[in-house]
Design a protein around this ligand. Structure first.
Ligand code: IPE
Ligand code: IPE
Ligand code: MG
Length: 254
């Protein structure tokens, strides 16, 4: 498909999941402190949100801070927390005005009271919006997510409200993060590394993966457009054969 032609609606991903990587290297290449890269990266978040709103993408999940990122030098973690708090204070009005519903996934208990209060306020404030479901994964790890889902099932078994034999993929899938959204259709990672880095381990089972060497602060709408055009041309087989899909007139067929 020529890049200038619009992507047919049925081929636009409903749910886009993004690892925003490369802020530190972007700054280091300019001989600036890493925090400058994080600041530049915060602006790119708006590029990505605008793109989703313009293209009718229903859900956007952004990996902002991983369980493992707590292990970075204290000054970098502190700077990231400050940036996060500022962004929450600054952006929520505009997101609300544009019909964006904001939610957070991850181990919220590890954040300061001030950040937790802002997260709660942003979620409450935007609860009624449905134009775009924006989920920010912060203090999130796919392994943490699976562990908390397992703990929640175990608690129900202990309480006598769930039988172990009733634990199946649907039961576990209902307790992991993003359970109320369709699974991500397309995953994008900037920064050149081709790995998942403990992002959505369960939810990405059949997600199409797309990587770019561009660093997160360099990402623009044209690159996002390349990613969704590439996605539109892929055949998602979900374990079946191409011939089976061709015979089935649903959204998984070409
Ligand atoms: C992503 O950029 C932001 C966070 C992980 C918080 P990095 O800080 O990982 O940037 P690089 O990968 O070191 O360049
Ligand atoms: C993944 O990036 C996490 C986020 C972007 C929030 P990392 O920079 O932490 O991942 P690794 O260390 O390169 O795997
Ligand atoms: Mg990184």
């Amino acid at each position: 498909m020529a890049p200038s032609e619009p992507t047919p609606a049925a081929r636009v991903p409903r749910h886009l999941a993004v690892i925003m990587d490369g802020n530190g290297r972007w700054a280091e290449r300019r001989r600036r402190p890493r925090v400058i890269g994080h600041r530049a990266g915060a602006r790119t978040v708006n590029v990505c949100i605008d793109f989703c709103l313009e293209h009718g993408i229903e859900a956007l999940t952004l990996f902002a801070f991983s369980s493992e990122n707590w292990g970075r030098p204290q000054d970098e973690v502190g700077a990231l927390m400050k940036l996060f708090l500022n962004a929450l204070e600054r952006e929520v009005d505009e997101l609300d005005r544009r019909g964006v519903r904001v939610r957070f996934i991850g181990e919220r208990e590890r954040f300061s009271d001030a950040i937790r209060a802002q997260m709660d306020a942003a979620e409450t404030r935007t609860r009624g919006n449905s134009r775009l479901h924006l989920t920010v994964a912060a203090s999130y790890g796919g392994r943490w997510d699976l562990a908390q889902a397992a703990r929640s099932l175990a608690a129900d078994v202990a309480a006598g409200t769930l039988r172990p034999e009733d634990i199946d993929e649907a039961a576990l899938g209902a307790r992991v993060a993003l359970a109320d959204l369709p699974a991500p259709d397309l995953f994008i990672r900037t920064g050149g590394d081709c790995r998942i880095s403990n992002f959505l381990l369960w939810q990405l089972a059949y997600t199409e993966l797309w990587f770019t060497d561009l660093l997160w602060p360099e990402l623009d709408a044209a690159t996002l457009r390349r990613a969704i055009d590439d996605y539109a041309g892929r055949e998602r087989r979900f374990g079946l054969t191409g011939a089976q899909l061709a015979a089935r007139p649903d959204e998984t067929a070409a």
